[in-house]
Design a protein around this ligand. Structure first.
Ligand code: ZN
Ligand code: ZN
Length: 254
């Protein structure tokens, strides 16, 4: 399994893109502004998009992706998310006000996007990869994902504050090789992080004690410009793990 970080920042500026990870050539986890790092030819290969939640930084590229690929894709792109996430897309994005309804364009039978509601805890087989949707704790309904392929496993927390469900789900499996987990703010903003449904380094360190695996750990979703302090504080607070920061354009092969 190959994983490319298209974007992992909490905001945008030159060189900063929001959350999107490309798995192999055909599957995205989240569709934030990182998607614009892809060439058109590569975008055409996207067949599946698994969304963590409805927040704009995780879906921002979906509407414009539709405009780029609508006449080039061989079949509808399958988009998966919680019922609440899919409902938000239908009501607030593809509503013919904010953006045309690309679940009906070019036509109902063969649209650009097919929206699929999936359940917390469900596992989906997609071209040899097993993808588990894991509930987390955010200010809108949110999930993380665990992706297993050829005996290797990768997990992403999505946006979350302290919770048990994510860690319990990961512990139910025998292994975990790579973990992307968020810390949106430094410790100075720990109260804000709790109120907005995110981790700060101290709350993340406390939750990581629940994990029985020792994966490679990469911190995602830092507030732009605060990557260094967040990473420094994570390294200080999290004992027994080597901690790296994601800035975008990293490649992983499992
Ligand atoms: Zn969010
Ligand atoms: Zn976010």
């Amino acid at each position: 399994m190959r994983i490319k970080v298209l974007g992992s920042s909490g905001g945008v500026a030159r060189g900063y893109r929001t959350t999107s990870f490309l798995i192999d050539d055909d599957l995205l986890i989240d569709a934030g502004t990182g998607v614009q790092e892809m060439d058109i030819d590569d975008m055409v290969n996207i067949r599946h998009i698994f969304l963590t939640h409805s927040h704009f930084d995780h879906i921002a590229a979906l509407p414009l992706l539709a405009d780029t690929v609508f006449d080039k894709i061989p079949a509808p792109i399958e988009v998966y998310g919680l019922a609440e996430t899919i409902g938000a897309l239908r009501e607030h994005v593809f509503n013919n006000v904010l953006w045309p309804d690309f679940t009906r364009i070019p036509n109902r039978e063969n649209p650009v996007f097919r929206l699929n509601e999936i359940d917390r805890g469900s596992v989906h087989q997609v071209c040899g990869r097993s993808i588990e949707m894991i509930p987390v704790q955010h200010i809108v309904p949110g999930v993380g994902y665990r992706v297993e392929s050829a005996g290797k496993a990768f997990a992403f927390s999505g946006d979350t504050a302290s919770n048990d469900s994510f860690w319990e789900a990961l512990n139910r499996h025998e292994m975990l090789d790579l973990l992307f987990v968020e810390s949106a703010f430094p410790n100075a903003n720990c109260e804000l992080s709790k109120r907005s449904g995110h981790y700060c380094p101290d709350t993340l360190a406390a939750d990581l004690k629940k994990l029985r695996h020792s994966p490679r750990i990469c911190i995602s979703h830092p507030k732009p410009g605060e990557e260094s302090i967040i990473l420094e504080e994570c390294r200080e607070a999290i004992i027994g793990h080597k901690i790296e920061g994601l800035v975008g354009n990293e490649h992983f092969a499992l």
